[in-house]
Design a protein around this ligand. Structure first.
Ligand code: ATP
Length: 305
């Protein structure tokens, strides 16, 4: 019995791990698995967290050698701070997350979390420290209970419901034909973009990670839903110290960030608070002006002069 159950347990663990990371990669980000699977170095230790300070040091990266994305990306996110990453479309904002999560490896340079090189720590421990609310949250063809529990597979029904309440999606769920047993996802019940994101927030709440990535939706949410969701996120996810990174497409949502990092031309173009960047009258200032012109029908916060 012992001989038989050992490998089965082992296979079970592997299966869970592989399934988890494949789902993460392919479903959450629509990525093809291109890279060879990442193996932990033999001396890898679990990531030891103390506040989750993140540093990118001289990181270079390209998906294809002919087209470098970063040539020297260097920045530091202090522990427990809320930062925003902005920049022109295609400058590599989402790639920052993919590198931190180790979907991809830098060709040179290092990424550190609390002083530890993430390529030297156990991958599973790194990934369990990072939660993400992706731009477009995929739902599995399964019931809502299962879809939210995906955030932490061993969560009880009560924990799932508590997370849904905090993410302000419980009220919507209980009104569905079968409540939490309602099937969603492909060919299941249609769920709006805003509801999907709230389900993603519930997932992340269950996971309760020390590092949070929020990849802001470009067009899935209207301005009202977006600002409501941001309020929920601020109230629920960020009520205790947590390093959070907002990949922002609409500058309106980044005004209150502790630090705004502007990416362009393969590195950090400029960084600072909203006020500092507005005073500097650089790229952020120009992007802000452009967005305001495009947003005339909505009412963005006042520009600091
Ligand atoms: P956006 O604001 O439009 O969402 P972004 O700043 O988040 O863009 P990334 O998604 O990080 O940009 O992509 C950076 C560049 O790398 C883009 O030009 C993109 O087309 C390219 N890219 C992204 N993923 C891959 C991939 N898997 N293979 C090849 N190129 C890719």
């Amino acid at each position: 019995v012992f001989q038989l159950s050992m490998p089965l347990n082992f296979l079970g663990t592997i299966y869970r791990e592989v399934r988890q990371s494949l789902l993460d990669m392919e479903v959450l980000f629509n990525l093809q698995v291109e890279n060879p699977p990442i193996k932990d170095p033999p001396d890898a230790k679990p990531l030891a967290l103390s506040g989750a300070k993140i540093s990118f040091e001289n990181v270079a990266f390209a998906y294809h050698p002919s087209r470098p994305i970063f040539h020297d990306l260097t920045f530091t996110i202090p522990a427990g701070k809320k930062i925003a990453i902005v920049g022109p479309s295609g400058c590599g904002k989402s790639t920052v997350f993919r590198l931190l999560y180790r979907f991809y490896e830098p060709s040179s340079g290092r990424i550190l979390v609390d002083g530890q090189d993430i390529s030297r720590v156990q991958l599973a421990s790194l990934r369990s420290a990072v939660g993400v609310v992706p731009q477009d949250t995929p739902l599995f063809h399964a019931d809502i209970m299962h879809n939210v529990r995906y955030g932490r597979l061993d969560a009880s029904d009560e924990e799932v419901i508590a997370a849904a309440k905090k993410a302000h999606v419980h009220e919507t769920i209980v009104k569905l034909p079968h409540g939490y047993a309602t099937t969603v996802g492909e060919r299941g019940l249609m769920v709006s973009g805003g509801e999907k994101q709230r389900l993603a927030v519930a997932r992340v709440l269950l996971k309760d990670p020390p590092i949070l990535f929020f990849d802001e939706a470009t067009s899935a949410l209207d301005a009202q839903t977006e600002s409501e969701l941001m309020k929920n996120i601020n109230a629920t996810l960020l009520n205790h110290a947590r390093t959070s990174i907002f990949i922002a497409h609409r500058l309106r949502t980044v005004v209150e960030a502790d630090l705004i990092i502007v990416l362009k031309d393969g590195g950090v173009f400029e960084q600072g608070t909203h006020e500092e960047l507005m005073l500097a009258r650089g790229l952020y200032y120009l992007m802000w002006q452009e967005q305001q012109a495009a947003d005339v029908s909505e009412s963005p916060p006042a520009v600091v002069e």
